[in-house]
Design a protein around this ligand. Structure first.
Ligand SMILES: Cc1ncc(COP(=O)(O)O)c(C=O)c1O
Length: 198
């Protein structure tokens, strides 16, 4: 590298990472292949829009790589070939926070109500915390865990959902190490539904 100061800091960070045990679930050590791909010539390219529908020219190779990523993601998450045809996947968010934003923007009109776990109980900033754009753009109702058992209090969640009738319940958390009863949460979301709610 020409910039020796930056090179030294990259090496210093590599040394730091090799010397610690990291227990943050959303940080992980990528392979050399991933590091190589992320530092490739694709960094030079603008690619707003979607494959075949870009705002700039020169995206014929970018389109190939995005379509390949979509195909692979569908294969990974949807087992049946027939079902794969019913689904599409957006592989553009570079991490969890913009992915959450993309889902909220796609499903819930700005200003409407979403329910999620509060940060202090194990949720994430993007679950409507006031310092996050998500907290500024939607109206959030939060739930948490029972102070006694430290487990999700499903009765309480059901009650809040019935009372608040949110457009969506975020059923995923940052710091909750127990099995989540997704079926139950789905049922609560459905029972909170009014005619104008999907
Ligand atoms: C539940 C949840 N959602 C979103 C995020 C944000 O992900 P990222 O930091 O990859 O943007 C995290 C990160 O820990 C998370 O735990």
């Amino acid at each position: 590298m020409k910039d020796k100061e930056i090179e030294r800091l990259i090496q210093l960070e590599e040394k730091r990472q090799r010397g610690v045990i990291n227990l943050i679930a959303s940080e992980n050590y990528t392979s050399q292949d991933i590091l190589k791909a992320l530092g490739s010539v694709f960094t030079n390219k603008y690619a707003e829009g979607y494959p075949g529908k870009r705002y700039y020219g020169g995206n014929e190779v970018v389109d190939k790589i995005e379509n390949l990523a979509k195909e692979r993601a569908l294969k990974l998450f949807i087992r049946q070939l027939a079902d794969r045809k019913k689904w599409s996947v957006n592989v553009q968010p570079y991490s969890g926070s913009p992915a959450n934003l993309a889902v909220y923007l796609a499903l819930v009109p700005i200003g409407q109500k979403i329910m999620g776990m509060s940060l202090s109980m194990g949720g994430h900033l993007t679950h409507g915390h006031k310092v996050s754009a998500t907290g500024k753009l939607w109206n959030w109702v939060h739930f948490g865990v029972s102070k006694k058992t430290e487990l999700l209090d499903y009765d309480e969640i059901r009650k809040i959902a019935r009372r608040e009738k949110p457009k969506m319940i975020v059923a995923g958390f940052t710091a909750y190490s127990r099995v989540i009863d997704f079926k139950k949460l789905r049922k609560f979301a459905r029972s909170a539904r009014r005619d104008d709610i999907f």
